[in-house]
Design a protein around this ligand. Structure first.
Ligand code: FMN
Length: 390
């Protein structure tokens, strides 16, 4: 373990060294760049140094096709390295102009002299780490949570920190399911094994991969780890979790989930229709004769809206409808269409109304209020995607 600690000390140190110039300075910037996170700690990058530029290329020999078939983790990792390099360059009096070279599929960083600036992000480079071990158990203050959410939020992404037990348990359920599914996938496990370093000599020799001791596992011989990767504890400890952060995509996904929106929309209508039919029967037979049709409809409206809200929530969960507004709008549109057809069908086929009589009702106040309720019913799934669930 002494060799491991020595390697950590010589790798993870900060402080700017303006004395360095030229190639030595560029190598120093690369040292900061490789302190960035990378998926499975593959360190899937290569650096090409020029006089006034550094290019970060993907090291495709370090791809993880099972867990990252489209290489998007590879390129996210290059982005992380570029950000470290950008901060380190500024601390050393160089302005980094970061761009993507489509031909080379590489990040190209042009460097030009500027005044030196030590940012807090630069100071954070050697202090940052992905910790999979147990934390100290102390809750963060509301101010710290707010800062975290702000730091992780941009135009494209919203960071949401969950601290309520019920919400965390719901998310953890999915995390456990996903972890179980991954561990049942032999290609994933085979690939993961090649990136786990089961003991300090292994970690020092390769200087990459996931050091299993850092996740609270005992050091074991490599052959033993390779026999049973299940000996390694998962990367989260469900019982000890104090908070979960979710990164939510703020923009709209490119496609609407038509199938889910249609299924959820139909289920939503049927659920509300059955209850509304029962409430409507009470309205027509008991309330309207005593208080008049208008008051009866006004009394019924909030009940139907509350029922719609709950049924829609249930359908969102049951059909896993994502919070993307267009999918929710589609769900509402399907629900509205099915509801109108059901109402028309029941009125004409069961109660023997004529089409003319059916549509004429909408011109009268009770009919108009009923229609307004149906429009609200259609908007509820869309409204709910803008409301924070508790
Ligand atoms: C694109 C990307 C995906 C990652 N995915 C996971 C992940 O699914 N689970 C996890 O525990 N860590 C994940 N990490 C964190 C890396 O495993 C971690 O950065 C790496 O082991 C290096 O450790 P360090 O960040 O402490 O330097 C990911 C990092 C990146 C850049």
């Amino acid at each position: 373990m002494r060799a491991y600690e020595a390697a950590v000390t010589t790798t993870w140190y900060g402080g700017h060294t303006l004395a360095k110039q030229g190639a030595a300075l560029h190598q120093e910037l690369v040292r900061y760049a490789i302190l960035a996170p990378s998926s499975h700690n593959t360190q899937c990058w290569k650096f090409a140094l020029e006089d006034q530029a550094i290019t970060i290329l993907p090291d495709l020999l370090r791809r993880c096709p099972a867990v990252d078939p489209d290489d998007h983790h590879v390129f996210v990792s290059l982005g992380c390295a570029a950000e470290n390099l950008n901060q380190a360059a500024l601390a050393h009096g160089l302005k980094a102009d970061v761009g993507f070279d489509n031909a080379q599929e590489a990040v190209r960083i042009a460097l030009a002299p500027t005044s030196e600036e030590i940012t807090s992000l630069f100071n954070a480079i050697p202090a940052r780490q992905c910790t999979r071990g147990d934390y100290d158990g102390k809750p963060l203050s509301n101010e710290e949570l707010r800062l975290l959410e702000r730091a992780g939020t941009s135009k494209a992404v919203r960071m949401l920190v969950l601290t309520e037990q019920v919400a965390m348990e719901r998310v953890l359920d999915y995390v456990v399911q996903a972890n179980t599914a991954q561990m049942a996938d032999s290609a994933f496990v085979k690939e993961l094994k090649t990136w786990i370093r089961f003991n300090a000599p292994d970690a020092v020799r390769t200087r990459d991969g996931l050091f299993s001791v850092a996740s609270g596992n005992p050091a074991i011989p490599t052959w033993l780890g390779n026999v049973e990767v299940g000996l390694v504890r998962p990367q989260f400890a469900a019982g000890l979790t104090r908070g979960i952060s979710l990164m939510l995509r703020a923009g709209s996904p490119r496609c609407i989930d038509w199938r889910v929106a249609t299924q959820a929309g139909i289920a939503y209508t049927l659920g509300v229709f059955i209850i509304a039919f029962a409430v409507g029967t009470i309205r027509v037979t008991l309330i309207a004769p005593r208080f008049g049709s208008l008051l009866a409809v006004l009394l019924e409206a909030p009940i139907i809206l509350a029922v719609s809200w709950r049924v829609s929530r249930w359908c969102n969960r049951r059909f896993s409808v994502n919070r993307e507004p267009r999918t929710r709008a589609m769900m509402g549109a399907v629900a509205f269409t099915v509801l109108m057809m059901l109402e028309l069908g029941v009125s004409v086929l069961i109660f023997g109304e004529t089409f003319g009589h059916y549509f004429a009702k909408y011109a009268l106040p009770p009919g108009f209020i009923g229609l307004a309720m149906q429009v609200c019913f259609a908007f509820i799934p869309w409204i709910q995607c803008h409301v924070r669930e508790t």
